[in-house]
Write a protein that binds this ligand. Structure first.
Ligand SMILES: NC(=O)c1ccc[n+]([C@@H]2O[C@H](COP(=O)([O-])OP(=O)(O)OC[C@H]3O[C@@H](n4cnc5c(N)ncnc54)[C@H](O)[C@@H]3O)[C@@H](O)[C@H]2O)c1
Ligand SMILES: [Zn+2]
Length: 405
């Protein structure tokens, strides 16, 4: 038996933000990030639509990128005080993820962050509020997923909260919101989306329902991401749908070790002055993990199917895997994303010397490898790495060398 869960309603297409007018309730809290929704005028529109629907609204703003446990706890206090019956989260993956975790704490004030991190261990929600997610980036698809990623900065670790309880009730996928994304964000979030689709397709939890979504997402991202990056707004709009389809796939098929490594390296070098941005981490690690996973016969075949759908050519599965890896590396070049951590600059762009010094990387490597193996995304990866293999894999991601083990 397997379960396939999505939001009850997904409104999509230009102008779909207006659907907020049709929500039924009394009090809505609106959660946003650093200001992009305000600048674009979307926050004002959302507030106006909700007022038109008869809501009293309250704003939780300033939710930072890669939100912290502290931000979640503070936001939950605001919710406990205001007692909303709807939570509206608007923006990139960060504010939406933070709002999901606030929701849990709002419904269960005694629930600790540790409790939240027990995979599929969230108690029944919706006793106090329903949840509507409105994404402004084309990548995480958190508007349709059962996940929320919160960072514990004391440990320098990103923890996935995973449970269908936190799958939103309503997603509004309005491409207007993604049109203001700068180039770098378009690149990173787009590579996050293709990683979701590819990891979901080869995941051990894949099924017919998720395969269809994953494959169509991959084809759409292949056709539209680079053009969207280069300013084609028609392609930008299509990417908003593509990332959402990828999310529907991975929320139900789960992910793999590209994400495990991205979660455990993302904030691990924060003391060196930067984060390895989630989408960029995925973009760098994905080709390496494909080479690693392709040693598993089933995964190799599935990568071959992906290459076929992408019309990459190749006469054998081995050739198809090579062509897929080459194609993804070319996408990174087209999107100005480096191939290895040692060339990852503080600003997320390729640099002669990356911001993570070699000695610090090597010093922290054993711990990062153990943490990555323990990540919630590792269990559904088609090949289970040993701690030694994970260390070798991470080294390949640092130095940008081929994986031959
Ligand atoms: N829940 C999930 O299923 C899931 C999946 C993948 C990643 N994540 C997590 O999501 C987070 C990343 O989210 P993200 O990539 O969407 O970015 P983000 O939410 O962290 O936002 C990054 C920056 O982009 C700005 N921004 C957002 N939308 C914009 C727009 N339309 N125009 C201009 N600027 C805009 C934000 O203000 C912010 O400064 C990470 O913490 C990652 O781990 C979650
Ligand atoms: Zn992701």
């Amino acid at each position: 038996m397997a379960r396939f869960t999505l939001p009850r309603d997904v409104y999509h297409g230009k102008g779909s933000l207006e659907q907020l007018k049709n929500l039924k309730g009394k009090k809505a809290v609106i959660c946003v990030g650093g200001g992009s929704m305000k600048r674009g005028g979307f926050l004002q529109r959302a507030e106006d639509y909700l007022k038109e629907a008869g809501f009293e609204t309250k704003l939780i703003e300033g939710i930072e990128a890669d939100p912290s446990v502290e931000t979640v706890m503070k936001g939950a206090d605001v919710m406990l005080d205001f007692q909303p019956d709807w939570i509206i989260a608007m923006g990139g993956g960060s504010p939406i993820d933070a709002a999901k975790a606030m929701w849990i704490k709002y419904e269960y004030p005694d629930c600790t962050f540790e409790d939240m991190c027990k995979v599929f261990g969230i108690p029944e929600l919706r006793k106090k509020a329903h949840f509507c997610a409105i994404p402004s980036t084309s990548g995480t698809a958190t508007e349709v997923t059962a996940f929320s990623i919160i960072t514990d900065y004391q440990k320098g670790i990103k923890y996935p909260i995973a449970d269908f309880e936190i799958t939103p009730d309503i997603a509004i996928v309005d491409p207007d919101l993604a049109e203001t994304m700068p180039q770098k964000l378009t690149a990173h979030t787009g590579m996050d989306a293709i990683t979701h689709a590819i990891e979901a397709y080869v995941s051990t939890a894949n099924c017919d329902y998720t395969d269809a979504l994953a494959i169509h997402a991959i084809e759409m991202i292949q056709d539209n991401l680079v053009k969207s990056y280069n300013g084609d707004m028609g392609c930008r709009d299509l990417m908003h749908n593509a990332q959402c389809l990828a999310g529907m796939a991975f929320s139900n098929a789960l992910l793999g070790i590209v994400h495990s490594m991205a979660h455990k390296t993302g904030a691990a070098f924060a003391d060196q002055g930067a984060h390895i941005i989630h989408g960029a981490a995925n973009a760098m690690y994905l080709p390496k993990v494909i080479q690693f996973n392709a040693k598993d016969a089933t995964a190799k075949k599935r990568y071959g199917v992906i290459a076929d759908y992408m019309k990459l050519g190749g006469n054998s599965d081995d050739e198809k895997v090579d062509l897929l890896v080459k194609y993804l590396r070319k996408m990174n070049d087209d999107l100005n994303i480096p191939h290895g951590i040692n060339k990852y600059g503080k600003d997320g762009l390729p640099a002669d010397t990356g911001f993570v010094p070699e000695n610090i990387f090597l010093e922290r490597l054993p711990e990062i490898a153990v943490n990555a193996i323990g990540d919630a995304c590792t269990g559904s990866n088609p090949r289970q790495p040993s701690p030694e293999e994970m260390e070798k894999l991470l080294k390949c991601c640092y130095y940008d060398t081929d994986v031959d083990f």
